[in-house]
Design a protein. Structure first.
Length: 338
């Protein structure tokens, strides 16, 4: 059965240089008929990938803005997509039992629709394997369970390697085209963000957070991630900025491409997960600030069909719980004071 997607705009507070969080406008992405939709990856063509669940199982998808490709590993009950590159190859995990501990990492290549089980092609004794990301050189990173801990792996240019940080559970979620990787490690009940660069590990935590994980890093070394399990951030040049959706109880940014577009998913007030993508960092349109001084004799200057749609307690172009900024008129100039 062919699925369709519901797309609608959702607004988050607009970014200001002095703010403690980054604000943007996103588009909600929902698979029609799905219980939950999760967008997990985006490439530089703005193709997005992820997975959704419905009454028949879990299914992967790629969406290019027009056409949708559905990805179901042969014989699997659950297919999860976590990464996509600019060649539209994707990686993820599948299982045939409906149980996450039985996950096996895989790669799917669009040319020929070829599925490759990454576990059996390397170390068949691996347990609970997940492929998390793939770059344009077809280098794959992920993790697997080894005894009682989780170990990262990379499969790149014919060379396979596994590694972990401080002999603790370690997860790598992303690899960029220079080979830099981003993820986290677990220390008891705490999580610490990790950047891995040519053999060197850097541990980075969101200020004041006990749980930090990087979910992606692009070629400009801009990283995104999640802190304290349900809140998200962008990290650049040593500076964290939180990204919010005011009414989400769980807001997860999962990837960022080289254009700066981010994707992820959030839980709404009905406890339903919905995907989001394509932030528009500059909303671009505001009513003329002098418009209220116009001689309003004609309906088409400020038609009721336009202005009656807004709740004037809030800024319709910033959305959500964002109140209008206070404007002071001084000597013919306009100063925004909040």
């Amino acid at each position: 059965m062919k699925k369709s997607f519901l797309l609608r705009s959702l607004f988050i507070l607009f970014y200001t240089a002095s703010a403690s969080h980054v604000d943007a406008q996103f588009t909600t992405f929902i698979v029609d008929g799905a219980t939950n939709t999760y967008v997990t990856s985006i490439n530089d063509s703005n193709d997005i990938a992820g997975y959704y669940d419905d009454g028949t199982g879990v299914h992967g998808f790629i969406y290019d803005g027009v056409d949708t490709t559905f990805i179901n590993y042969p014989g699997a009950l659950q297919t999860y997509i976590y990464g996509i590159n600019n060649n539209r190859s994707v990686v993820g995990a599948y299982n045939t039992t409906g149980s996450l501990p039985d996950n096996e990492g895989f790669q799917w290549d669009e040319l020929g629709s070829v599925y490759t089980d990454l576990t059996t092609s390397w170390v068949p004794s691996m347990e609970y394997t997940i492929a998390r990301d793939i770059n344009d050189n077809d280098c794959v990173v992920g993790d697997y369970k080894q005894s009682t801990t989780h170990v990262c792996f990379s499969m790149c240019l014919g060379s396979n390697a596994s590694f972990h940080y401080n002999y603790n559970p370690t997860y790598i979620n992303s690899i960029n085209n220079t080979g830099k990787r981003a993820g986290f490690w677990i220390d008891g009940s705490n999580r610490h963000g990790l950047i891995y660069d040519y053999g060197n590990w850097t541990e980075i935590d969101y200020p004041g957070a006990t749980r930090t994980m990087f979910t992606a890093i692009n070629d400009s070394n801009i990283a995104v991630g999640v802190f304290n399990l349900t809140r998200s951030f962008v990290y650049r040049g040593g500076v964290f900025k939180e990204i919010k959706k005011w009414d989400a109880t769980d807001f997860q940014i999962r990837d960022i491409n080289n254009k700066g577009f981010v994707v992820g998913y959030y839980k709404d007030g009905s406890a339903v997960y919905k995907g989001f993508y394509l932030p528009i960092w500059d909303i671009g349109f505001r009513p003329n600030p002098n418009g209220w001084s116009f001689e309003n004799k004609l309906e088409n200057i400020w038609p009721q069909s336009w202005w009656k749609q807004f709740d004037y307690r809030h800024d319709p172009y910033l959305g959500g719980a964002s109140y209008f900024p206070e404007i002071l008129y001084q000597n013919g100039t306009i100063d925004t004071i909040n």
